[in-house]
Structure formats: C-alpha cells, structure tokens
Write a protein that binds this ligand. Structure first.
Ligand SMILES: C[S@@+](CC[C@H](N)C(=O)[O-])C[C@H]1O[C@@H](n2cnc3c(N)ncnc32)[C@H](O)[C@@H]1O
Length: 417
C-alpha cells in the first residue's frame, strides 16, 4: 500500500459526505468518483445523519444533488462520475430515481454520457404484482467536460473463447484490440470468498471486476478515486490494488474499521492477483494475430481478384513490413506476385486496391512482381485460395497454395463456431 504523504489521500473519513469540501482542500483533484448512494429510506445503515433513511424523497434528492455538486467542484476537468442506482416502488408506483437524480446532476453541470445496465445474475427470488423480479441496476456515467478520460481499449474483450468465429473469419471487420464493451454489463453479485473470507458476510460490496472496469476506463495509475458513500470500501480497495489513490467518506465507523482491517490483511495478496489478470501481453498477442490474419486474407482476396479477371494463375508472397499505430493505417505489407509484370494488371490493381474490400483492411499494400519464383531459403507457410486461417503442409509448389508467407497462423474456423 502507498505511504500516505498527503494526509487526505488513501484514507476513509468517518464524516458526513455533505461536508466533503470541509475535509478535502480545494487543491485536491479527483479523477473519478464511483459510488452507490444509500437506498432512499429502505435501509438503515445504523448511523445518525445518514442520507436516505428517514428522509423525504425531495430532501434525499436535494442532499445527493449538493454532495455531487461539491464533488464536481473538486473534480479534474477530464474527470468523471459513476453512480450505481436503481428505481424502487412507493405507493404502488415506480419512483424513477436514476432519472430524477440525472436531471438534478445536469443542473449542477455534470454531463450524462451514458446509461449502462448492470445485469446481476441473481437477486431476491420474488416478484410482486406489477413488478417483475429485479435483475438489474442502472450505472449512470457522467463527466465534467467533453474532454474526459476514456480508456476504452483497455477493457475490450479479447477472450477468443467468447469471440467465436468473427475474429478468425472476418479479421478486417473488428478492432484488433478486441471487441468493445456493450451497454449491458454482466457481473454477479459478490459471494463469500470473492472478496476474501469474512468480508462479504457483513456487506453488499460491488463486484470487484465491475469496479475495476470503471477504474480502468476513467483513470490511470496515481489518479485519485473518491467514494463518498464508501460502505465496505470495495471501490477504495480496488482502486488501491490498481495503484490509484483513493479517498472515502463513511458514517458508520464499524464499516471503516473492517475496511482498514481487510486492507491490512488482503492488500498484497489481491494486488498480486490483480496484476496477473491485467497482464496485457494476451491483448498484444491477440492484436498481432488479428493483424496477421488481415495481411493473409488481403493476399487471398488479391489472388482471387486477379484469377477472376485475368486468365492467369496467381500466387502471392506476403511479408509484413511494419505494424503502425494510426487509426486507419495498421500495417504496411509487401505483396509480391509470383509472375511477370503486366501493364494491364498494374492498372487493374491500382484501381481496385483503393476500394473496398481492400480499403477496409487498414493495410498500406506495396505490390511487387517477382518473375523469378524462387523464394529465399527459410520456412514458409502456404494458405489455400479459400482459407487464410489454416496453413497447409503441402509444398509451396502445390497449385492449391495461393498465399505464401513466413506468417504462421494455424487456426481452424470450425474450432471457433
Ligand atoms: C449503498 S451503501 C454503499 C455500499 C458500497 N458501495 C459498498 O461497496 O459496500 C451506502 C453507504 O453510505 C453510508 N452513508 C449514508 N449516509 C452517509 C453520509 N451522509 N455520509 C457518508 N456516508 C453515508 C452508509 O452508511 C452506507 O454504508
């Protein structure tokens, strides 16, 4: 855990969130706030002055508004706010708390960027007349300005067991860093053991993977994360193991004591576990594989187009020259056609390469002609006219082999159905 050089960092204040500005100096800059406010008056968290319990709805909303207004004033210009909140039923009618609160926060300057659904796998097993079984809560994502931090590439899905066939068959259609998150987040409610022994018995902490996703999107290392209604401290704990600074407010001292005890016992173990999960070498490998598949598929289409339009047999030798980082330019690739140069073919290629499908690949292609079909010594892999996803052990001379390369991609589409 970080040494607390600044006395307001990495601690939980046993104070009222309505007094945040009294305890956090105006020089403090919050990068993101992640919080689940107290449920209106449905739950007694066991302390005086709590927001929600025993209040009227109007007063409750007003308190939340003024707390988030204070937070706005000490949030960095590229900062944000995540509020996990739900509707509820009163006097036989749904109270639209997420939307009522959003309207209040908009008045304070917060910009509502997104509404995400947190789909929980299980909740209370009952429903009532006119109210289905509850399965989700809302996550409201606000920002202070339009120049907000948003590291969306860090939370892409590149788990190939979940991505099925598209990534092998259509590598040109999707982001090589993985599939973007959608607006429905499925995270089970923590059960005993997922936050470590003893911990969840007393609380309803948020799922750590969900909190980690928010932290990853909206902050970098050393940034400051706030939870004004810290409860069990799940937001603060996750921030700490992700090497962010944190600050929290919580009225119930027992919760704070438990959090401090928990962080002492579990910090280094869970930090180690987390650093294993976020090891981004898997994403780098995924990206490389997608780009290799693109380079090969481009070559395959090139051969197909030539053979469809000219009465010649074509083969192409593919070499990736450079991996680039621009949005629409991802690769520089040499395509050496194993045939003699031909003006008509050249004109044809110049015309088709600037149009789809070729223009969709993010590939800057250099077409060359290699009259002498001899390839330099070395190990090559051959790909057929229809498949760029399985290299063949057939000799390069085989007429079935149309794409030749040192790139080795041995993936069968049928394995990813
Ligand atoms: C829904 S819980 C937060 C749960 C938390 N996200 C977690 O993961 O455990 C709301 C918390 O806000 C606290 N609280 C209520 N009123 C408060 C106030 N005025 N200032 C600070 N904390 C307050 C309650 O004691 C309770 O722990």
């Amino acid at each position: 855990m970080k040494k607390n050089k600044n006395k307001t960092l990495n601690k939980v204040f046993n104070n009222d969130a309505r007094e945040i500005l009294k305890f956090l100096g105006s020089d403090i800059k919050i990068k993101t706030t992640i919080t689940s406010p107290p449920y209106f008056d449905m739950k007694d968290y066991g302390s005086e002055n709590q927001v929600g319990y025993g209040q009227t709805y109007e007063l409750y909303l007003q308190d939340l508004k003024s707390i988030f207004e204070s937070i706005y004033s000490i949030t960095d210009n590229d900062g944000s706010l995540w509020v996990i909140i739900d509707t509820f039923k009163r006097d036989n009618q749904v109270v639209t708390l997420p939307f009522d609160l959003s309207n209040k926060l908009k008045e304070s300057g917060w910009l509502l960027q997104d509404i995400i659904i947190w789909k929980k796998d299980k909740t209370v097993p009952w429903s009532t007349k006119g109210f289905m079984q509850r399965k989700f809560e809302y996550i409201l994502f606000f920002t202070k300005s339009n120049e907000f931090k948003y590291n969306k590439d860090r939370v892409r899905n590149f788990d190939t067991s979940q991505l099925k066939r598209w990534w092998v068959k259509y590598p040109e259609r999707y982001n090589p860093k993985g599939k973007a998150l959608d607006e429905i987040w499925e995270f089970p409610i923590p059960v005993q053991g997922s936050w470590g022994d003893q911990y969840v018995r007393h609380f309803c902490p948020l799922p750590k993977e969900m909190v980690a996703t928010m932290i990853e999107i909206s902050t970098d290392k050393e940034d400051l994360v706030l939870d004004p209604f810290a409860g069990s401290g799940s937001v603060l704990f996750q921030s700490s193991i992700m090497q962010r600074n944190y600050v929290g407010f919580e009225l119930n001292i027992e919760y704070i004591n438990m959090f401090e005890d928990y962080i002492k016992k579990m910090h280094s173990k869970l930090k180690k576990e987390h650093s294993k999960i976020i090891d981004n070498s898997d994403q780098t490998l995924f990206e490389k594989r997608i780009l290799e598949l693109r380079a090969l598929k481009f070559g395959r289409i090139l051969v197909n187009k030539i053979e469809e339009n000219f009465e010649i047999e074509a083969k192409v030798y593919v070499t990736i020259r450079k991996f680039l980082t621009e949005k629409t330019k991802l690769l520089e690739v040499d395509y050496e056609l194993l045939m003699s140069e031909n003006i008509e073919l050249n004109t044809f290629l110049n015309d088709i390469l600037i149009k789809p499908p070729f223009s969709k690949f993010g590939i800057t292609a250099k077409i060359k002609f290699k009259n002498n079909q001899e390839l330099k010594r070395g190990k090559y892999y051959g790909y057929t006219k229809t498949n760029s996803y399985a290299y063949s052990s057939l000799p390069i001379e085989s007429s079935k082999i149309k794409v030749i390369s040192k790139i080795c991609v041995n993936l069968k589409e049928s394995d990813y159905e």
